[in-house]
Design a protein around this ligand. Structure first.
Ligand code: NAD
Length: 295
């Protein structure tokens, strides 16, 4: 069934996701701060809007994919935002990675307007978004999840309802903890192997086939081999996510000793000017710590 979808936030992730919804036969109207991404959506068969209000006025479903909590609050709750212009009954799906608390705040404000919400953050990176193979972790009502499932299936291959409002964000926080620690330890192995004079490409090939293999290794080894750090997933955004998981874990009394160290290393990467690079650039931090020239 074709749905009328408003898509707010056409960045690294949102643009390919919106285009995949067009390819699945939906009527997608996009709004974004940079016009070039709206033009790309239109060129792919979607529609452009001049404002959030313009994008959402006739929508049955609104999807938001913006950087962080303040942007979600701005786009959904603020004056001129989604809740001001949507019709009652609309389903608003926020796919940004933010705190569970902000998701619950958005849900409460929406209920007051007769609007339904899901939090549905994703994992899989830009490649996962382009290839429509994202993992999507969804919090909210089961009936709303069932309604949105065909849309999620156009964006990803692992789509799971994990609990009530905010639960999707809690699972995403765990995802970001696992990914950051994995990238950091992969970077440490790379510097170790290079210093030892081993053929790095050969070493990563064989490691990828054993117990040390991982999606992080498969997806990020090219970045590390070629010192190619265009994002991808920016260190600035992973810094935001390490703050989310650190706070959320403290609130429930869970200790994250490795996560705490890696959160500091992500912060250090940012402080050294690497915030706009892909998170595989954690390698540069290990090079700095090892007294190596940073390439
Ligand atoms: P991005 O910075 O590339 O894109 C964000 C987009 O939001 C921009 O195009 C910007 O114009 C738009 N935007 C911001 N404020 C807006 C407003 N007021 N009105 C309209 N548009 C607005 O970020 P991204 O990498 O696409 O990430 C988006 C979210 O997805 C983040 O929460 C991030 O943590 C999460 N995420 C990213 C990746 C990744 O690999 N990039 C992977 C999984 C999850």
């Amino acid at each position: 069934m074709s749905r009328k979808i408003a898509f707010i936030g056409l960045g690294i992730m949102g643009k390919p996701m919106a285009i995949n919804l067009v390819k699945a036969g939906h009527h997608v109207t996009g709004f974004n701060l940079e016009q070039s991404a709206i033009d790309a959506l239109v060129a792919a068969g979607g529609h452009g809007a001049a404002s959030i209000a313009d994008a959402v006025k006739d929508a049955e479903v609104v999807i938001t994919m913006v950087p962080a909590d303040p942007h979600v609050e701005q786009v959904i709750l603020a004056e001129g935002g989604v809740l001001e212009s949507v019709q009652a009954g609309t389903l608003v799906i926020d796919m940004s990675s933010i705190t569970p608390q902000t998701s619950q705040k958005v849900a409460a404000a929406a209920v007051a307007k007769g609007v339904r919400t899901l939090d549905a953050p994703v994992s899989g990176g830009e490649a996962g978004a382009v290839e429509a193979v994202l993992s999507i972790m969804v919090g909210g009502d089961a009936a709303d999840f069932a309604e949105a499932k065909p849309l999620f299936d156009a964006l990803g291959t692992t789509v799971v309802h994990v609990g009530p409002s905010g639960a999707g964000q809690t699972v995403k926080a765990a995802n970001q903890l696992i990914v950051a620690v994995n990238i950091q330890v992969l970077a440490e192995a790379v510097v170790f192997l290079e210093n030892a004079g081993v053929d790095l490409a050969a070493a990563l090939d064989v490691l990828g086939g054993g117990l040390a293999g991982s999606t992080v290794l498969n997806r990020k080894k090219g970045n590390m081999l070629n010192r190619e750090f265009a994002p991808g997933f920016r260190i600035d955004l992973h810094h935001k996510d390490m703050g989310i998981v650190t706070d959320a874990a403290r609130a429930v009394g869970a200790a994250l000793p490795l996560g705490a160290v890696v959160a500091q290393l992500v912060a250090s990467a940012r402080a050294n000017g690497d915030g706009s690079l892909d998170h595989s650039a954690l390698l540069r931090g290990v090079e700095r710590l090892s007294g190596r020239e940073v390439k």
